[in-house]
Design a protein. Structure first.
Ligand code: SF4
Length: 498
């Protein structure tokens, strides 16, 4: 892959797609360019028969109703009416053909969206706070900073050949909506008195990531003012580009460099690259909301409310996306939030419209304000339906499993179950209360789908990844097994224990 990147920059494939491959068809695509398709935000779908999946960046998880309508139109015309919200607040399509890509690129650009660098060894979708600007729990509005970061990094050829994928998060919400610890680079809210003046800014974390060997990010001894975020982000990314490991793809994420250097050495190098930096201040993180916002809640603006809606396992069709756009227009200020829990928000609803909003058919029947316990907290990756790396099917299975648990188990507290089809962890199973990782198991009837079961993951407080139980459960027994496991938790838990 390193040679492929040196021969031709990943971003150059976009022009080749438009000028050549979209006209000559998928069989004309050079194998090395197929690898570079990721820089256009595109992967081959399973089976490799000329269909593609695409991710669209939703920076910070805030999109407009015009953008939502455009996204729905693309799904209708090219994506077989399927839209997924990902665990990085992006939108994912399937079933695209190479012939459709130029039109899709244009349609996205016409509403200020892009799929470029949503995949590949480059700065990917910047995750953040989908409530930015209206959030009663934020210490500042991060939307302008997200926009600046996006402007700086997207298409920037200084950073389009990194050793591996590179994930950034920025949130000023005190409940860590950006999942800071699992990102390569993250900014979390902080306060510091500088020259007698109290300043609000960020602490800086580096080297987090999931995949097969998960690492929690380490906090640097840095306090960063809002106006310095781009400078610091450029510095960290420069270090990754120049010192990150490129020998083995399995050892190339920033987390390995940070693990070897430690935060002190990393910080010294960062100062060398960016110039002087303030040392750490007071951390303003107060907990972790896991990206869930269900229900109607007051905003920081008096008299206005936001609505957190459940999208079961993040999957919707184009008509539902259009309906979200209409609700955002008619009830809110026209903006929609996408959450890393694969759910959505409608923002800025005046008090006198709240009751009518609650009665809308989409809200009553599909994207509920108060979903059932298990459906509401179920997350799933793409799985074998479309993903070439998957061992088992996930999306439908996770939805059916959550429904089964809602029918059979009563629980008075949210319990997050994440299902993934392989160890790569696109469904972030290592931070779930119960993480289910797809595998196979031998039975008298042959190999059958099964799941490894991991328990106890959280980013709350002293964050920890979940631990694997010494058991692999045949998929046909998974529901009853989990019902029993959750029953044991209910009986044995201490007060407040998750
Ligand atoms: Fe595919 Fe594995 Fe990612 Fe699921 S976790 S989408 S199976 S690569």
């Amino acid at each position: 892959m390193e040679l492929t990147k040196l021969e031709k920059d990943g971003l150059d494939v976009i022009e080749t797609i438009i000028d050549k491959y979209s006209k000559e068809g998928w069989q004309s695509i050079e194998p090395s360019d197929l690898d570079r398709f990721k820089w256009a935000g595109i992967y081959q779908q399973r089976p490799k028969d000329g269909h593609f999946m695409m991710r669209v960046r939703i920076p910070g998880g805030v999109l407009s109703h015009e953008q939502a309508d455009a996204l729905a139109g693309i799904a209708e015309d090219y994506g077989r009416d399927l839209i997924d919200v990902t665990t990085r607040q992006a939108i994912q399509y399937h079933w695209l053909t190479v012939e459709s890509l130029p039109d899709i690129f244009e349609r996205l650009a016409s509403v200020g969206l892009s799929s470029f660098e949503a995949c590949g060894d480059c700065p990917r979708t910047i995750v953040g706070n989908p409530l930015a600007g209206i959030d009663p729990h934020e210490v500042l509005d991060t939307r302008p900073i997200v926009a600046e970061l996006e402007k700086f990094f997207l298409g920037n050829r200084d950073f389009s050949n990194l050793p591996r994928k590179y994930k950034m998060s920025i949130s000023a919400n005190v409940y860590n909506t950006g999942h800071a610890q699992i990102n390569d680079l993250a900014f979390t809210p902080a306060r510091k008195t500088i020259n007698g003046k109290e300043e609000i800014g960020f602490h800086v974390w580096v080297g987090g990531g999931l995949s097969t060997k998960p690492h929690m990010a380490r906090q640097l001894d840095v306090f960063c003012l809002p106006e310095d975020v781009v400078r610091v982000a450029a510095g960290v990314t420069t270090i990754f580009r120049d010192f990150g490991y490129r020998h083995k793809r399995t050892h190339a994420r920033l987390k390995y460099l940070v693990a070897d250097w430690g935060p002190e050495k990393f910080c010294e190098e960062l100062v060398r690259v960016t110039g002087e930096l303030q040392s750490r201040g007071e951390d303003l993180i107060r907990g972790w909301n896991a990206g869930y916002f269900y229900g109607i809640h007051e905003q920081k603006q008096k008299g206005l409310y936001y609505a957190g809606l459940s999208v079961p396992v993040g999957r919707m069709n184009a008509a539902e996306m259009r309906e979200l756009a209409r609700l955002a227009r008619e009830y809110g200020d026209g903006t929609i939030g996408t959450c890393n829990s694969q759910n959505v928000l409608i923002r800025q609803i005046p008090a006198d419209k709240v009751e009518a909003f609650k009665e809308e058919s989409l809200i009553v029947n599909r994207f509920r304000l108060t979903p059932n316990t298990f459906v509401g907290y179920a997350v799933s990756c793409t799985g074998i339906e479309y993903c070439n790396l998957a061992v088992v099917e996930t999306k439908e299975r996770m939805r059916a499993l959550a429904e089964y648990l809602d029918e059979t188990v009563e629980l008075d507290t949210p319990l997050r179950i994440h299902m993934v089809g392989c160890p790569n962890s696109c469904g972030q199973h290592q931070i779930a209360d119960i993480g289910l990782q797809g595998a196979l198991v031998r039975t008298p009837d042959g190999m059958v789908d099964a799941f490894d079961v991991h328990v106890g993951g959280t980013l709350e407080g002293e964050a920890r990844f979940n631990r694997k139980l010494k058991i692999r459960v045949d998929v046909n027994r998974l529901g009853p097994f989990l019902a029993q496991l959750i029953g044991a938790y209910k009986e044995e838990r201490l007060e407040g224990e998750t």
